[in-house]
Design a binder for this molecule. Sequence first.
Ligand SMILES: [Zn+2]
Length: 556
Amino acid sequence: MADSILIKNGYVYDPINNINGETLDISIKDRKIVEKASADAEVIDASNMIVMPGAIDIHTHISSQTVNFGRMFTKPPSQPLYTTSQIGQEYIKQGYTLFIEAAVAAHLARHTHLEFQDIPFIDKAFLVLVGSDSHVMDFLKKDRIEECAAYLSWLLKSVKGYGLKLANPGGAEMWAWGKDTDSLEKQILGYDLNPLDIVTGLVRVNELLNLPHSIHIHPNQAGRPGNIDTTIETLESIQDIEKSSQVRRNQLIHIAHAQLHSYGGQDWENFESKSQTIVDYVNTHEQVELDIGQITFHTSTAIFPDGAYAYYLAKMANSRWISNNIELEGNFGAITLNFSPEHYIDAIKWTIGLEIALQVTNPWQVQLSTDHPNMGLVTDYPKVISWLISKLARDEIVDTLHPDVQNNAILPHLEREYSLHEIAIITRASQAKSLGLDIQRGHLGIGAVADVVVYNFDPKANDPSKEYKLLEKAFSHAEYVIKQGNPIIKKRIIDPNVFTGSTLWVDAKVNEDLGNKTLENLERKLERYSSINTPNLYVDSSYLKNSEKIMIQSNL
Ligand SMILES: [Zn+2]
C-alpha cells in the first residue's frame, strides 16, 4: 500500500467544494486528502479523465436475512442475488465506496454485520426497521417521546446501526393480523395510534436524538395505484415539526424509492404517473428529499421489508412468493418481478422515476437509486446516469415503450439533461450531506477520507449527452479507485488483496437517568412478553471488522 498518492491533471467534479470540472491535482497521504503529497508519492496520471469523490448508495438491499431469503427464492430468469464478494466487486468497479443497507430488523442485525465483514473494499452502514416496533408504538401511543428516543438511542447503539427506517409504518403489525394499513388514519390493531402518529412521532424522536441522517421512509401503500395521496399526506403530517439545529443535513425526511410512491389512478385500468405532484411538493419544501428508485427493464428477485406489498404483488401476478415474519419488529416478502418496456404499466413506472429526477430543480434533494435488487440492479447505475445526462439515450428507450406511453407520458417532452456536476451531486455529494457525513466523505477537500474515483471519459473532447455510451462504459468500470487511501483499482484491475472498509454506526448519547430507567423498563417488558431479551439485541464491536463509531450528543 502506498502511503501517499498524487492524482494529477484530472477534471475534478467535487460539488461540496464547488469544483466543477477544473483541472486539479488531488493529493493523498495517510488515508486522507492532503494539501501536498509526499515527494515519493505514487503518481496517477488522470489527464483527460474525470475525477470524483467515491460514490455513495443511500438505499440498497445487499446484506440482511431478507437478502438470504431472496437468494433462496430466486430462480431463472432472475439473476441470482450477489454473493458478499460479488457485491463488493460490483460496487467498487463503479467507484462506489459506501453503501447503506436500508432495511435490517433489529435482532437480525448480527447477521448483517457478519455479511458486512465479508463484503470487500467498501464502507457500509445500515438502517434499522422501527416503523412497526412494538416498544416504539407503545411509547408513541402514550406520547412518551423522550423514552422512545432513549430506547432508540439504546437500540441503535446495541445493534450498531446508523439510522432509523420506517417501511409501511404500522404495516408489519397489521400484517401479523393478515391485514394492511390501508388508511393513514386507521388505528393499528392493538394500538391506539395510526400510521401518521408513528411517522410524526419518529420524526420528532429523530430530531431529539440529533441523528446524522433523517427519518428514512418507505411510505404506506407502496406500489398501489393512487398512492400519491398517501405519500403527500405523509409529508404534510410533518410540516410543523422543526428540524434540529444541531444536524448538518438539510432534510427532515427522506422518501425512499419515490417512483414506487408516486402513482395516480384508482386501479390499474386508469393507472397514471403522478410525478408532477411529488415534484411540485419537493420543489416547494426544502425539508424533503428522495431517492428515485428507478426501474430498469429486467427480471429481478424483489425483496421488500413490507410483507403486505409482496403479497399484493403475488396475488396480482398469481405467482409464488415467500414471506418471513420477524417477532414484533418487521416482516418481508420476496417475489419475482419482470419489467418490460412493452408492458403498459411497467413503461409508465419507468417514466416516473426519470420524470421525478428531471423535474426536481434542486439536485441536492435527489439521490440516484434503483432500490437494488427491486427496481433495478446496482450494475444498472451507469445506464440510469446515461438516461439522466442524455435525452438521446432516453429517447432510444422511449421508442421501445408501449405506444400509449410514448404518446401520453411527459417524459419524452422533458429536455433537461444533467451535467456531470449534477451527476456528482446525485451520486455522492447529496448522499454525504443527507447522511451528515459531508465533513468526512463525499468530497475531495483537505481532511476528507481519501475515497477517489477516476473515470476514463474526457468531458472536454466528448459531449456526454451525445457520447452517452462511452460515458456509460466509463462509469461501469472505473480506471482507478482509491479507497481510504488504498489503490483498489489501477488501470481497471482490481487489487486481489482484499481490503475491508469500515462499518459506520451511531452512538447518540442521552442523559444517564433517562437511559437507565428506559432500559430497566424494557428489560422487564421483554422478560415478561418476549422470547428474546436485551443481550439478544446487543452486537459486540468484535462483530465489526473496522468499526467507525459516530458519537452524537442528543438533546436529551
Ligand atoms: Zn428498499
